[in-house]
Write a protein that binds this ligand. Structure first.
Ligand SMILES: [Zn+2]
Length: 62
């Protein structure tokens, strides 16, 4: 199984060569925390993290 990593552009957690959400390839496996956004339009967490999609995201990735 491929290792999980977080996209450095949108912080989506994935294990692909490219981010399935934004298509960017830079990703880090040293991300911290994770949130699952079910309803980004009504989620305060998504608002503060500037997340515009549903899915699993790292709280911090670098
Ligand atoms: Zn991304």
């Amino acid at each position: 199984m491929a290792k999980e990593k977080a996209c450095l552009n949108c912080r989506a957690i994935h294990s692909e060569a490219k981010c399935p959400k934004c298509g960017e390839s830079p990703a880090s496996d040293s991300f911290k925390g994770r949130v699952y956004i079910f309803d980004h339009e009504n989620s305060e967490v998504a608002y503060h993290m500037k997340i515009k999609e549903n899915g699993e995201f790292a709280i911090k990735a670098k």
